[in-house]
Design a binder for this molecule. Structure first.
Ligand SMILES: [Zn+2]
Length: 511
């Protein structure tokens, strides 16, 4: 069936020229033009809307995104009382999910399990920090966990756990909570997350499944929940089990395969010590999760199995480990072979010019989260507090990455930052460092063609050209004419995935 979208400004990425109508035949663009309109089985009048290729979010955790959407989201909340009140209200319903996310340290007063128990009584409750590397648990949840051999258990003056957990211990709490959710609840949460994506003009996500946290079964639940949906879910499974991933039919592996932790939790792996003192008992340079030999064996095996590999690397020491290990693989199989797969580095935050040049030589692609800079960058931000502005200003240099020839794509790492391309474009255009800001059109391209290219390499799709897959978003404004601060007010009038309308739901259609 052919559909003519008329009466619109169609932004013909990559050229940035505009056209007045778009003809879709089946799942692909058939023609784009201005003036004389072709015949079509169906005509949709867009009433002057601005049309772009739909967005691709290159780093997402859909189940968590859904949990946050159906649970409590404490983004920006600093008040202990407000958080505890919310838990108390929720707990009045015995079947409600006692999950809260996105809290930011420090709160006005810290929360320990004692206060959380006061709000939820004897029920397991989980409060997760914005970076997901720390959490607070109620006593009922703490009692379910075996934390004896795990790092990251905060202890009070009397030696008993305060309920504040970091890294391994926080992951154990998440895993228990996650695995004990009824399947139905997980499915509902995932579907909520998918609707959220559509409502923001996103038709494809790269899903980062962390096996260490969520287990293998959770992947099946996710696959089941999203099957039959128009959303393209590109799977990145964080495991070294190359055979298993191949047998699942995937040609990519890793993603959030952790080489280190995060800045918020003092666990990003740095070459030089943190400036702000890490919590008692933890290393002054963060945490390294993998030894060089093990990582080399994994990279080499995946490369030989023809898989694209992604790894999570935030600190400069972690990024150095990823790059030097790929260089080693290059010496074994040849750099062109490594380049051909276009392996990814997720986050890629603390990278020197030398890192970027070596990464380009290896054809490594940069999966960045622009809003990390928006929320935690700048001279007064969290990163500067953690290691001083001189070092923090070397982070998240999107402009330099593109200038030096890296393939760069944008993602939200939702729930770490919102699954919202308009927030990400705001961050790309308004980087704390003027030199690193992306131009208006480049910011759009990075979230459409760039994000897509992280998984598939540069190609036609993700553009608005005849022959490309008809992933379309219709907006109430011209993004290139919109000031940075107004971007997040953009209204998504409609989203189509491969020619099928997914937002607003078909039932809401009026034409
Ligand atoms: Zn990650």
């Amino acid at each position: 069936m052919s559909v003519l979208f008329r009466n619109c400004s169609a932004h013909r990425l990559p050229s940035a020229a505009t056209a007045g109508w778009v003809l879709v035949d089946g799942s692909r663009f058939a023609a784009i033009g201005t003036g004389d309109e072709p015949q079509a089985d169906r005509v949709i009048d867009l009433h002057g809307a601005h049309v772009y290729p739909a967005f691709v979010d290159a780093h997402v955790h859909l189940p968590a995104t859904g949990l946050y959407a159906v649970g409590m989201d404490f983004r920006g909340e600093r008040s202990r009382t407000a958080i505890l009140e919310s838990f108390k209200e929720r707990a009045a319903d015995r079947s409600a999910l006692l999950f809260g996310g996105n809290f930011e340290d420090p709160l006005d007063e810290p929360i320990s399990r004692v206060e959380l128990d006061g709000a939820v009584g004897d029920r397991p409750a989980l409060l997760v920090r914005a970076d997901m590397h720390s959490s607070v648990v109620s006593t009922a949840l703490l009692d379910q966990l075996d934390l004896t051999s795990l790092e990251g258990v905060d202890k009070g003056a009397d030696g008993s756990p305060t309920g504040y957990l970091r890294e391994q211990a926080a992951a154990a709490a998440w895993t228990w909570f996650d695995r004990n959710l009824p399947k139905e609840q997980v499915r509902d949460a995932v579907r909520t997350a998918v609707k959220l994506a559509y409502s923001k003009g996103v038709t494809s996500v790269h899903e980062m499944h962390v096996v260490e946290w969520r287990g293998w079964g959770a992947w099946d639940t996710l696959a089941e929940a999203t099957s039959g949906m128009a959303l393209v879910v590109v799977p990145y499974i964080a495991t070294t089990d190359v055979e298993r991933v191949r047998s699942m039919g995937f040609n990519r592996i890793g993603g959030d395969y952790f080489l280190d932790g995060s800045f918020g939790s003092h666990t990003a792996w740095l070459a030089e010590p943190y400036l702000s003192p890490p919590p008692n008992g933890s290393s002054s340079t963060g945490i390294s999760y993998r030894d060089d030999e093990g990582l080399y064996d994994f990279f080499l095996e995946a490369q030989k199995a023809d898989l694209q590999v992604g790894v999570h690397a935030i600190g400069d020491a972690a990024i150095e480990q990823a790059i030097s290990t790929w260089e080693r693989v290059g010496r074994e199989v040849g750099v062109p072979e490594v380049r051909r797969k276009g392996h990814r580095i997720e986050h890629f935050e603390c990278s020197s010019d030398d890192h970027l040049d070596r990464a380009r030589t290896l054809g490594l692609r940069a999966s960045v989260q622009p809003a990390f800079d928006l929320y935690w960058g700048g001279p007064g931000g969290l990163y500067a507090e953690r290691m001083g502005w001189d070092r923090a200003r070397e982070m998240n240099r999107f402009g330099t990455m593109l200038e030096r020839g890296l393939v760069v794509g944008a993602g939200s790492d939702s729930t770490v930052t919102p699954l919202d391309p308009f927030v990400q474009m705001q961050a790309m255009r308004g980087h704390h460092l003027e030199d690193e800001r992306l131009g208006r059109t480049l910011a759009i391209k990075t979230h459409t063609m760039g994000s897509r290219a992280l998984a598939f390499g540069p190609g036609l799709d993700g553009t608005l050209e005849a022959g490309a897959v008809a992933d379309i978003v219709a907006l109430d404004r011209d993004l290139a004419e919109t000031e940075i601060d107004d971007l997040t007010a953009t209204e998504v009038l409609g989203t189509w995935a491969a020619g099928t309308r997914v937002w607003p739901p078909e039932s809401a259609e009026s034409d």
